[in-house]
Design a protein around this ligand. Structure first.
Ligand code: T1G
Length: 688
């Protein structure tokens, strides 16, 4: 491997380049190379100033995350940065692309900073369960003041060069072009001004307007259950409460506690998951088919959302509806979605003007489409009819996809003359917002068709996960299982409100009954009717009653909750549940929050293990990705399989066996849970 840090001089200016593709991560070789380069700069009498740049598409993407959890090797990053800062001659950081985490901390250790327009500058460590552990919590406040520093450090979000300049984080913005030239220009100006070394650690941080205790309460409310943001704020307050070196020592201590925390392991797992699940080894050498134009059948919520997602990715869309009025309505919905994307800064005005959308009632308009996604009513008869028409008009080699959330894709494929060209592309509503895409592979789906499904996912910036064909694929199949466990607890004495609250304290974005109200109780009702009675699964008669009463959730103003001034609990719902318990002869008992969470998670892990065991999900991490990116699972717990590994699979099995005493049919232990409990292997080890 070539040396990852180069030293060269351009007259009296030394140029030090970090060259460690793909993101110039600060791995051991880079750290050692930086110390050597700055030692050389110190000794190089001809060099009066140094410019530090990153090769490739960005400055420095941070510490090398792949080193985490392994024994740390000297020189440690804080010492490297201290070495840069104590240079007796001025050092300029010339930033382009991104300076993130340790990358920005390196820049803070330099004496001057110039950023090229469009660069991202940030300290995202809290999103990885960590905190800036190389002086960022001490230097950033000294440059930007405590308020701005606390926002950046605890929010983990990057800022633009313009904001960074406002904060005093950078001294100069270069309009465009590349960092080296910007760095050299600035260095010449500094030399001409007789600029000297300017250690950030000599500065004094402007104090915070809110005290540490207030920040701690605010962060606890903003990130329930998470620890990294609160520890990061604690470290940052050292910048005004302690001398620099003591602040650094405290930062290191707090960093080390976070490095050991299960939340760091889970968040790093989630970070790498996004990329890993969408790259299947068996597709490595498979060429996807073209994806220049996409057709969509059905302009309802899903069809319009999918069309919006494709147009946002710059893919021309032709959408077919049954009548001109429906086509027009779909056009209006998509236009509104696109205008919203522009308003949110997710789409430029130029891209909006280029949006290429055709709506029509003619299937013939799809004759040249590379891929058509069907998003019509969830009825096998309707789908058969649609696929028959598509098969008749679409060109050879085109791909026929269905967005069905549970129907048998093998049966749909069999209605066409080209089952190898058929697959499922299961989007989640709203399809232009939710990141998850289940790529459902039917028995005859050709490998290059699967590869095209993943290529579409990448174009749409989705987290694409391979799923096999079964009722509900990965996510909805597991959902129906843990929802049944929640219903069982309602029958035995818990209230839907208590269950929601317990699971939201566990970290879910929303509890299952708020989710049901959001989706519409009629959806769940239809699924239950379709699935029919399942062994050991209680039928939520109270839910049927709410459906009969027209209480379908948010869309009717009431479901489990009454939607006036937010979601209000409703005694009428509790009375209905009491009637159902009485009818079943059940005397309700108290069920505590711990039992609620343990049973809910045991059901989720048990069914997830079955899904992996049957090959519906290829690896446990595919289940983690589905629950994290499609079902509001708390990211800092890493997904149900990471949760199971951290809880102990044997512990989960013991819980399942306990619950099985009262309901053996529902609580059958998945074979994979038995196997891993006996062998001591983990779900994480299955991902390798
Ligand atoms: N370490 C190791 N590998 C990394 C990495 C990192 N920091 N960042 C990215 N990669 C890998 C990534 O997995 C992918 O691998 C490849 O590089 C290209 O990434 C002490 C402790 C920098 C904006 O959190 O946000 O510093 O899939 O496709 O779209 O206080 O990567 O090819 O095998 O994303 O151009 C803080 C995380 C670390 C930044 C580039 N830094 N990375 O985006 O490329 S903690 C971060 C990103 C830290 C200090 C603390 C993005 C990017 P593969 P990519 P990209």
């Amino acid at each position: 491997m070539t040396h990852p840090v180069h030293y060269e001089t351009d007259g009296s200016i030394a140029v030090i380049t970090v060259d460690n593709p793909p993101v110039n991560a600060l791995g051991h070789a880079v750290r050692a190379g930086l110390v050597d380069a700055f030692d050389r700069f110190e000794e190089d009498g001809a060099a009066k100033i140094a410019v530090l740049v990153g090769a490739g598409r960005l400055f420095i993407g941070g510490a090398d995350i792949s080193e985490f959890g392994k024994p740390r090797r000297e020189p440690h990053l804080p010492d490297v940065i201290a070495r840069i800062e104590r240079s007796t001659k001025p050092v300029v950081a010339a930033i382009h692309g991104a300076a993130l985490g340790g990358g920005l901390e390196v820049a803070l250790g330099c004496h001057y900073r110039v950023a090229v327009a469009g660069a991202k500058l940030g300290l995202p460590e809290v999103t990885l369960g960590l905190l800036p552990g190389a002086g960022g919590t001490q230097r950033l406040p000294r440059l930007a003041g405590m308020d701005a520093a606390l926002d950046m450090i605890t929010g983990g979000k990057p800022v633009t060069p313009e904001i960074a300049a406002e904060y005093g984080l950078i001294d100069r913005i270069a309009p465009d072009g590349e960092a080296r030239a910007a760095g050299l220009t600035y260095a010449q100006e500094l030399l001409a001004e007789g600029a000297t070394a300017r250690p950030t650690s000599n500065l004094t941080a402007a104090p915070a307007t809110k005290d540490a205790a207030t920040w701690d309460q605010l962060l606890e409310a903003r990130h329930p259950g998470q620890i990294s943001q609160r520890r990061a704020a604690e470290a940052a307050f050292g910048a005004t409460a302690l001398p620099f070196d003591e602040g650094l020592t405290q930062e290191r201590r707090l960093f080390d506690t976070l490095m050991e925390s299960p939340q760091r392991e889970a968040l790093i797992h989630a970070f790498f998951l996004e990329k890993r699940v969408s790259s299947l080894p068996e597709l490595k050498d498979v060429e996807p088919r073209p994806l220049d134009t996409v057709g969509i059948i059905g302009g309802g919520t899903m069809g319009s959302g999918i069309a919006t997602a494709c147009i946002l990715a710059g893919i021309p869309v032709t959408l077919v509806e049954t009548t001109p009025e429906a086509a027009e309505k779909a056009h209006a919905t998509i236009s509104k979605n696109l205008d919203g994307a522009v308003a949110r800064g997710k789409m430029s005005a130029e891209a909006r003007a280029r949006a290429d959308l055709t709506t029509t009632t003619e299937y013939q308009a799809l004759s040249q489409a590379d891929l058509v996604i069907e998003a019509v009513f969830e009825s096998m008869n309707v789908k058969r009819q649609v696929f028959g028409q598509l098969d008749a008009v679409m060109k050879d080699g085109a791909i026929l996809a269905t967005n069905t959330s549970y129907l048998d894709i093998n049966e749909i494929a069999a209605t066409t003359s080209r089952p190898a060209d058929v697959l499922g592309l299961h989007f989640f509503s709203p399809a232009h917002v939710m990141r998850l895409l289940e790529v459902v592979v039917a028995d005859n789906t050709a490998p290059d068709v699967v590869a095209t499904g993943f290529a579409l996912g990448k174009r749409l910036k989705k987290v694409a996960v391979r799923a096999g064909v079964c009722d509900g694929f990965i996510g909805n199949r597991i959902l129906s299982h843990y929802r049944a466990a929640a219903n069982e607890m309602i029958l035995q004495g818990a209230s839907p409100y208590q269950i929601d609250a317990a699971l939201e304290r566990f970290g879910f974005a929303m509890g299952p009954y708020k989710v049901a109200d959001l989706a519409g109780l009629d959806i769940g009702h239809a699924t239950r009717k379709r699935q029919g009675p399942r062994p050991g699964v209680v039928n939520p008669d109270w839910d049927d009653r709410l459906n009969e009463m027209g209480r379908l959730g948010r869309k009717t103003g009431r479901g489990y909750y009454v939607y006036e001034d937010g979601a209000q609990e409703d005694p009428e719902v509790l009375a209905i549940i009491d009637e159902v318990r009485a009818k079943h002869g059940i005397t309700p008992r108290d069920i505590g929050d711990d039992e609620i969470c343990n049973r809910y998670m045991a059901a989720m892990v048990n069914e997830a293990a079955r899904v992996v065991g049957e090959g519906i999900a290829k690896r446990p991490m595919d289940v983690d990705a589905v629950l994290l990116f499609g079902y509001g699972f708390p990211r800092w717990r890493g997904g149900p399989m990471m949760y199971a590994d951290q809880t102990g699979i044997g512990t989960i099995r013991d819980r399942i066996r306990t619950y099985a005493e009262a309901n053996p049919e529902f609580w059958r232990t998945a074979p994979l849970i038995d196997e891993l409990s006996e062998t001591g292997r983990t779900f994480g080890e299955m991902n390798q």
